[in-house]
Ligand binder design. Structure first.
Ligand SMILES: *Cc1c(COP(=O)(O)O)cnc(C)c1O
Length: 304
């Protein structure tokens, strides 16, 4: 995929972007990359019902619901947010999914019950973890890392830093694995949108080790390769400030690139703060735009 390009200079660095938001299905994003792998698995193994879990603003749920619709599989989404209205939720409704709501402490049980229920109705249900977490999701970003290496080779450039929004950690796990499998250099910095240290980093490390074990890879993780930054979370998931809104306006105004307040705008703002704080200059910086375009429209009214 040819979706990496030079944008401009930021803080005296060469700034590049990888437009995974332009992956051509259901408004793209890292969840689309991951979902393709899950659907290959679903189709190869003759599953015929898709069950997943996510919040009302979940990009993952939107993509899964859309792919399920495309392939004609019924789909159930388990969610804890009954009241919240978002573009992603509306899209899921348009794709005709069944929503099952429960309290946070009932999620595990509800998933189990739903899987059993669909089996009792003679379906072969496939459960996808929230956010597309798991080795198939990780694999999607090993592949993305290989695309970055291809770009570097073709354009005779090396990225000193790769920045991206990190949530469940699967994207970061894949990128770091790509780096160690290829014995590549450059720092991969995940800007956390919600989780704090040490848990956030622990989950990335676990995902990497899980993948290595499952695929019997002959590589060893040096935990210093997992740079998980939790300094720009603000008050938690989906919380944002004025500076984030300013960055979003700036990127839209100048480059026509939509960012959102939950993931990419927050990570983009975090990245600029990080570059300042660490006095990083004259480097090649790649920002992975992980998608979430419908979330941009959720905050349109705030971009006055
Ligand atoms: C889910 C999501 C992320 C975080 O990805 P993880 O693999 O869960 O860490 C980042 N950006 C967007 C737009 C997302 O939807």
């Amino acid at each position: 995929m040819d979706n990496i390009y030079f944008v401009d200079f930021i803080n005296n660095n060469n700034f590049y972007i990888m437009r995974d938001d332009l992956i051509p299905f259901s408004f793209g994003g890292n969840k689309a990359r991951k979902a393709y792998n899950f659907f290959n698995d679903i189709i190869e193994n003759n599953y015929n019902y898709v069950i997943t879990y996510g919040s009302a603003s979940s990009n993952h749920c939107r993509i899964i619901a859309n792919l399920a619709k495309k392939y004609g599989f019924p789909c159930t989404i388990i969610s804890t947010e009954k009241e919240k209205e978002t573009a992603n939720k509306k899209l899921c409704e348009l794709f005709g999914v069944e929503f099952i709501y429960c309290n946070v402490d009932e999620v595990k049980d509800t998933i189990k019950k739903q899987v059993e229920l669909k089996k009792s109705l003679s379906y072969k249900p496939y459960f996808i973890q929230g956010g597309g977490h798991g080795n198939l999701g990780t694999k999607a970003y090993i592949d993305a890392y290989n695309e970055i290496l291809d770009y570097e080779k073709q354009n005779d450039i090396k990225f000193d830093y790769i920045f991206h929004a990190t949530g469940t950690g699967t994207t970061q796990a894949g990128l770091v694995l790509g780096k160690i499998i290829n014995k590549a250099t450059g720092k991969i910095v995940g800007i956390s949108v919600a989780r704090k240290l040490p848990r956030g980093k622990d989950v990335v490390v676990e995902s990497i080790n899980d993948y290595i074990k499952d695929n019997k890879l002959d590589v060893v993780l040096n935990e210093d390769d997992v740079i998980f930054n939790d300094e720009y979370i603000l008050d938690g998931y989906s919380k944002y400030n004025k500076e984030i809104l300013e960055k979003i306006k700036y990127m839209m105004n100048n480059y026509g690139i939509p960012l959102d307040t939950t993931y990419t705008g927050k990570a983009f703002w975090g990245m600029t703060e990080y570059l300042n704080k660490e006095k990083i200059q004259n480097k090649n910086i790649l920002f992975i735009h992980t998608g979430g375009t419908p979330l941009f429209f959720d905050i349109l009214k705030e971009l006055d």
